[in-house]
Write a protein that binds this ligand. Structure first.
Ligand code: UD1
Ligand code: CA
Length: 437
């Protein structure tokens, strides 16, 4: 909705990551964490989304679906970051959701609930809070009864305050006009010398405006990522959620803890994902397939009733038709395979167009690269390729052709022909006796 706005803070470097890459660009389930945040905000139905960028701002801009990216050239704190959006929200009187680019696990439904709560309670500010067992690093919620009084940052907290286990998740819903009015009064008088966004809260409270907590029922949504240990923890939460999603859609995942599935995939009903399988972004799998164990699919497309693996590697640009069998140690790259074709073992198929009903024997290799250019291999319907064959591309095997095992083929094969591309076998009789062995 255009009468609701969001600000996503993503300008920081994230020094605790110890990385050349800005923290918010580190991927979770194959997507930069800030992209998850913006997608969830959009998923909650917010129309105006501003992303505050700074460190590697150009790269951040590329990966987010923002209405506008606003540059914060110096990272003087979360309050200062929000203030960069002041002119963009001039005259806007609706609610503004503020969230951080390093808390990627919020669900769209949660953002929606918070906006509705803010409206229904007529609160000036709502802070999403969570009860966690280890609150290290987070701002602590100082309550007065059912209301929030202020937030103390970990670095500024006393011994007693550090014991508080209700934390600031870094997501808030504000009345936009009041937010910008109070931001002008925030000062950097704290351990980090920063303009803290949560410092607007006690100022609002002092003027009699209610600030309400919205306590999360699922604290795992609040996980903020500051270092690589937290990155892996967030990935684990995301993987569990993704697996649960697909299981609820009718996919069997035999051992969810060993399977990795990125965002932007599709998996059909009654497909079984065997242990150790990785399904990367853009992969589409049909119904009734068996995938794995230990198959890797990178943006590949697989039809219905296929068996892929164990240990198959389907790389980008691969499209496998229905009822195919792609077996162990088979690598497919940028290749199209028709229906009912079998490539059961130990093959490399790159830049190939393979028809239907084809059988590719064990150890077949498409020699697609001449050192300079890649060439295509075309194998028409119902071809039989014997084991241990090298197909030197560009090459075409016509319909129903046969290739003798162990061939190295450099020329096209006409339809229905038998091609033999190897030295004829010689048997030297009584060779053993003649050589006195
Ligand atoms: C912040 C909160 C803390 C909360 C925690 C939740 C403040 C002062 N503290 O702490 O109460 O518990 O998040 O995870 O807000 N950013 C900018 N510009 C800046 C500073 C930060 O864009 O000048 C962005 C960062 O890129 C990051 C986010 O804001 O995505 C949060 O900044 P970070 O420094 O990680 O805040 P925390 O110390 O984690
Ligand atoms: Ca943080």
């Amino acid at each position: 909705m255009e009468n609701e706005a969001a600000i996503v803070l993503a300008a920081g470097q994230g020094t605790r990551m110890k990385s050349k890459t800005a923290k918010v660009l580190h991927p979770i389930a194959g997507q930069p964490m800030v992209a998850h945040v913006v997608n969830s905000v959009r998923g909650a139905g917010l129309g105006r989304v501003y992303v505050v960028v700074g460190h590697q701002g150009e790269s951040v801009r590329q990966v987010v679906n923002a209405s506008e990216c606003v540059t914060q050239s110096q990272q003087l704190g979360t309050g200062h970051a929000v203030d960069q959006c002041r002119s963009h929200l001039e005259g806007f009187s609706g609610p503004v959701l503020v969230t951080y680019g390093d808390t990627p696990l919020f669900r769209p439904e949660t953002f929606r609930k918070v906006l509705d709560f803010h409206r229904d309670q007529q609160a000036v500010a709502v802070v999403i809070t969570a009860e966690v067992t280890d609150p290290t690093g987070y701002g602590r919620i100082m309550r007065q009864g059912a209301k929030v009084q202020r937030i103390i940052e970990h670095k500024d907290a006393s011994e007693a305050e550090l014991a508080i286990r209700e934390i600031n998740t870094g997501t808030y819903c504000f009345d936009s006009e009041l937010l910008f009015r109070y931001l002008t009064a925030v000062t950097p008088d704290n351990a980090q010398g920063e303009y803290y966004l949560p410092d607007v809260l006690p100022l609002m409270v002092a003027d009699g405006y209610p600030v309400l907590p919205f306590l999360l029922s699922d604290a795992s949504e609040a996980a903020g990522i500051n270092d690589r240990v937290q990155l892996a923890d967030a990935e684990a939460v995301m993987q569990r959620r993704t697996a649960e999603h697909w299981m609820r859609e009718g996919v069997t995942i035999v051992d969810p803890s060993s399977v990795y599935i990125e965002a932007d995939c599709r998996i059909g009903m009654d497909t079984v994902i065997q242990p150790g399988t990785c399904i990367y972004a853009g992969t589409e799998i049909g119904t009734d397939c068996s995938i794995g164990p230990h198959a890797v699919l990178e943006g590949a497309c697989v039809g219905n009733r296929c068996s892929i693996g164990p240990f198959a590697y389907l790389r980008p640009g691969t499209r496998v038709g229905s009822d195919c069998r792609i077996g162990d140690f088979v690598e497919l790259k940028n290749s199209v395979v028709g229906v009912n074709t079998k490539i059961p073992h130990h093959s490399y198929i790159g830049d190939a167009d393979i028809g239907s009903g084809v059988n590719i024997g064990c150890g077949t290799i498409t020699c697609n690269y001449d050192g300079q250019t890649k060439h295509r291999t075309v194998i028409e319907d119902d071809v039989f390729v014997g084991s241990n064959t090298s197909l030197v591309a560009p090459i075409r095997l016509g319909r129903r052709a046969y290739v003798g095992a162990g061939s190295t083929l450099t020329d096209d094969v006409p339809a229905a022909a038998l091609a033999l591309g190897r030295a004829r076998q010689v048997n030297k009789k009584q060779w053993v006796e003649k050589h006195g062995k």
